[in-house]
Design a protein around this ligand. Sequence first.
Ligand code: MN3
Length: 238
Amino acid sequence: MKISRREALGTMAVAAAGLWVAPSTGGAEEPAKAAPFEVPALPYGFDALEPHLDAETMRIHHDKHHAAYVARLNEAVAAAPVLAGRTVEELVGGLERVPESVRTAVRNHGGGHLNHTLFWASMKPGGGGVPAGRLASEIAAAFGSQESFVERFTAAALGVFGSGWAWLAVGARGELAIEATANQDSPLAAGRRPLLGLDVWEHAYYLRYQNRRAEYVKAWWNVVDWTAVAARLGPARA
Ligand code: MN3
């Protein structure tokens, strides 16, 4: 039986769609949404994280940088209809299933959208301090102490050459791990669920801290929302 090219392409599209696995939340607080993606509103004002993160950096970072990742991601999904209906967690966690023509765009801009969405939701005015409950005991078990965890996470952040992120993530066996990624790569692409991420691209700190990344990282610990981070632990293992 001979099938038309159109039928063949349709069959391939269905088959490709069938390869997708069940969505993971990737730590997102909001219910997973598909394209067209939108920049989530900040849950606090641009100046709410002063003096640690300045209002102008927050405004540009959210309204310009994050918005650009979302716009480019939407373009990529529009150019590859097989991706319609997929959440950003599915896209970034399943890059090998993304058509090659848009894979780099989805990796960079999907990662940018996913990472920044988690970033905004990991901070709050009056944050900082130390985690409580199960997250606290797991961090102590994995890294020796909260102080040791902060030291090692900070070292990972300072060790990123160029642009990237430092992460606390849950690995495939449920273990906590610190890692760094380049550019907008997410731990999710390697099957690890991010609990906390720190953006160390210069756009995240240059206006206030210029080249002093260490000062930015030290200040950032004062705005970490440990309650939000701890709430991701259960879903990350589900
Ligand atoms: Mn950024």
